[in-house]
Write a protein that binds this ligand. Structure first.
Ligand code: GDP
Ligand code: ZN
Length: 458
């Protein structure tokens, strides 16, 4: 257990009115008691909520009316003593309470430090710890659900099951080889290995498939708005921000709020890329050339390409069409309230079947259709995070890919009829990569596990 007591404001995401100050550590209750007026917190039962007042012990000044939750170790998130102070008085009061706790012996927590303690104290495994970190950074409700699911241990559970499958298969094969009852034991073991590795391989592929969506939900779709000068790019930006309440995330564990602006279009989080040269790309192609601008545009997940209904297609528009070829984009023909000068048939041809939406941003027309198009570009219909176990973490994705590769090596060996003790080297590697996802690594080797679970080699 860490020696010092940490504290931080942990305001629930999206909830402006309530605020919670949390403490964790040996002195959590003592420190709170110093600034609390009400019941004697040192003597209340664990897991109780206590009404009272926060008072500045020096000036006796009332700071706020509060509800204080007292939770004794080890049945807490961090497995240390934990106190949560629910404040009524809004952010000003919260900050004053935090200051009081700091001047009475607590230390300001680093971002994620509560979670780190939970991990170090064995309360959660690594993938759960990472899920909490994702939760802290979650930008939308859906991304938050994904993080919550993962925290629930669904991913961990699935990974553990796959590992157990591999482990049992290896054990089985070992038994067959050590205690041959049939002459064709080698062949039977090969068959068993073939079936099991195929099954696990399919599961890993499924996880990797949903990984992309998970990543998008967590980080937002990097979205670039491009088009010639004056077509309505800034207007589009403003419309999207106004129509879709920008999401402001307060990051718990920091006193200074890290505020990020995202727009949430029908459950799809857009991260409007605000890099000079992308959002205002009036002359990006001309300036840096088709190839380089493609390179820049490639880094966005979605491109909103705006054209002017009131102007004929220009050379520059055609260059932009070249620059976005093969990328994910939606064509927006804006200013439909003005006289038609654009050849829409020509535009459709250039757009190669990509979605085309007509708008008059000035008269607020076509915005619904645009939002639908954005949602449909990435997800067929509304996404339901409830159905899937998301893999939303870059490290997890890398490890899954490594596990998949190792498993494929094993499968190749099986097809080539290689001896099973050679094949098992790759199966073991698969098992280890999967283990790294949940933070259960080489310290316990597969062989140790075999011994402890199946008492082989006696
Ligand atoms: P940007 O240069 O591409 O960022 O274009 P802006 O968003 O700054 O818009 C250029 C001008 O076109 C502004 O005066 C807007 O008010 C106007 N504008 C934007 N959308 C429309 C529209 O749908 N119809 C009309 N008539 N004017 C528009
Ligand atoms: Zn502009």
């Amino acid at each position: 257990m860490e020696a010092d007591t940490i504290t931080a404001i942990s305001t629930p995401i999206g909830e402006g009115a309530i605020a919670i100050v949390r403490l964790s550590g040996k002195e959590a209750i003592q420190i709170t008691a110093k600034v609390f007026k009400g019941k004697d917190l040192l003597n209340v039962d664990s897991h109780t909520i206590n009404y009272g007042k926060i008072i500045n012990p020096e000036t006796k000044e009332l700071v706020d009316e509060v509800m204080v939750s007292i939770m004794h170790a080890p049945k807490t998130f961090t497995r240390e003593d934990v106190v949560e102070i629910n404040c009524h008085g809004g952010m000003v009061a919260v900050n004053r309470i935090l200051d009081l706790l700091l001047s009475n012996g607590a230390r300001l927590a680093e971002p994620g430090e509560f979670t780190k303690r939970a991990f170090l104290n064995g309360r959660i495994d690594l993938s759960q710890a990472e899920a909490v970190m994702d939760l802290i950074r979650a930008k939308t409700d859906k991304a938050m659900n994904v993080a919550l699911k993962q925290m629930d241990g669904r991913l961990s559970g699935l990974i553990q099951r796959l590992r157990q499958d591999l482990l049992e298969t290896v054990a089985h094969v070992e038994v067959n080889i050590d205690y041959p009852e049939y002459d064709d034991v080698e062949e039977m073991s090969h068959e068993m290995m073939r079936t099991k590795t195929k099954e696990v391989h399919a599961e890993i592929e499924k996880l990797l498939e949903v990984a992309k969506q998970g990543k998008i939900l967590r980080e937002g779709l990097g979205t670039a708005i491009i088009g010639r000068p004056n077509v309505g790019k800034s207007s589009l930006m403003n419309t999207l921000v106004q129509e879709n309440k920008a999401i402001v995330t307060e990051v718990p564990g920091t006193t200074r709020d890290i505020i990020e602006e995202y727009v949430n279009v029908r459950g799809v989080p857009l991260r409007l890329i605000d890099t000079a040269g992308i959002r205002e790309t009036e002359d990006i192609v001309e300036r840096i050339g088709v190839e380089r601008s493609r390179q820049v545009l490639k880094e966005s997940d979605l491109i909103l390409f705006v054209l002017n209904y009131n102007e004929e297609l220009s050379e520059e528009d055609i260059r932009l069409f070249e620059a976005v070829k093969g990328l994910e984009y939606i064509v927006i023909v804006n200013k439909t309230d003005l006289e038609k000068k654009l050849d829409l048939e020509q535009v459709k041809e250039l757009a190669h079947g990509k979605l085309l939406v007509t708008t008059s941003l000035l008269q607020e027309e076509g915005i619904n259709e645009l939002e639908k198009a954005i949602a449909n570009t990435f997800f067929s219909g509304e996404i339901d995070a409830g159905d899937m176990t998301y893999v939303s973490n870059v490290r997890h994705i890398q490890l899954l890919n490594k596990a998949k590769k190792a498993l494929e090596d094993a499968m190749e060996g099986i097809e080539l009829g290689m001896p099973l003790d050679i094949v098992q080297i790759d199966v073991t590697r698969t098992w280890e990569f999967l283990g790294e996802i949940i933070g259960d690594t080489a310290s316990d080797s597969l062989i140790d596990q075999l011994f402890s679970q199946f008492c082989l080699g006696k």
